[in-house]
Design a binder for this molecule. Structure first.
Ligand SMILES: [Zn+2]
Length: 65
């Protein structure tokens, strides 16, 4: 019983990760710099994807909230 419930959750999580990665890759292709200050990985900034106004943008550590 427990095992059955666990495997169900597991496949849901896997689907979610796959979809997220797909969106992330598409965002990378368009722009790899902060949406606000335009700093990119070349500046030693770590970027995080965020959905803003129904589109995915990249934000640096300072502007990600
Ligand atoms: Zn920024």
């Amino acid at each position: 019983m427990n095992q059955l419930v666990y495997s169900g959750k597991s496949s849901l999580i896997q689907d979610y990760i796959l979809k997220t990665e797909h969106v992330f890759l598409r965002t990378n292709a368009n722009e790899m710099s902060c949406y606000v200050c335009k700093k990119g990985l070349d500046d030693g900034t770590s970027l995080t994807a965020k959905t803003l106004d129904f589109k995915n943008v990249m934000l640096c550590e300072k502007h990600f909230e």
